[in-house]
Design a protein around this ligand. Sequence first.
Ligand SMILES: CC(C)(COP(=O)(O)OP(=O)(O)OC[C@H]1O[C@@H](n2cnc3c(N)ncnc32)[C@H](O)[C@@H]1OP(=O)(O)O)[C@@H](O)C(=O)NCCC(=O)NCCS
Length: 125
Amino acid sequence: MVRGLGIDVVNIARIKALSPGVRQRLFHPDELAEAQSMDEQAGCHYLAGRFAAKEALGKALGCGLASLVPQRVLVARAEGGAPAFVLEQPASGLVAGYDILLSISHDDPVAVAVVVLSGGPDGPQ
Ligand SMILES: CC(C)(COP(=O)(O)OP(=O)(O)OC[C@H]1O[C@@H](n2cnc3c(N)ncnc32)[C@H](O)[C@@H]1OP(=O)(O)O)[C@@H](O)C(=O)NCCC(=O)NCCS
């Protein structure tokens, strides 16, 4: 059963303009290292998709981005390149056993992400 749905669109130019300090508050250290390994434009596309994913998760949970502590939310790459959340507290506690589906797309000037929550502790899958 679907328990939550979130979508977010991010302007890639806004990510490009962020200061290093703000980036450290919004992104997991592994995400910043991955972006650093790319050329600047590709890194901004990558980070914009990750920021959209975190906003979409906050919407799906109904708690918003700040409650997740975004630098503790890693949007990793599973085998084949598909994105997958790797959550630390407090986000891991808020998710509370939900199954999370995530999809990201970017096409300059924007990146978009969609999150679906299903299952969870109070009901059938
Ligand atoms: C993966 C693919 C769908 C990306 O499409 P695209 O139009 O080039 O690029 P988009 O901007 O729409 O999507 C890119 C995002 O797709 C996601 N993605 C990559 N591989 C993926 C996969 N195997 N499954 C699901 N999502 C994937 C990633 O989040 C990626 O963004 P990121 O690199 O910043 O994490 C495309 O390269 C493709 O068709 N690859 C070969 C077939 C394949 O693996 N398909 C799986 C999905 S049907």
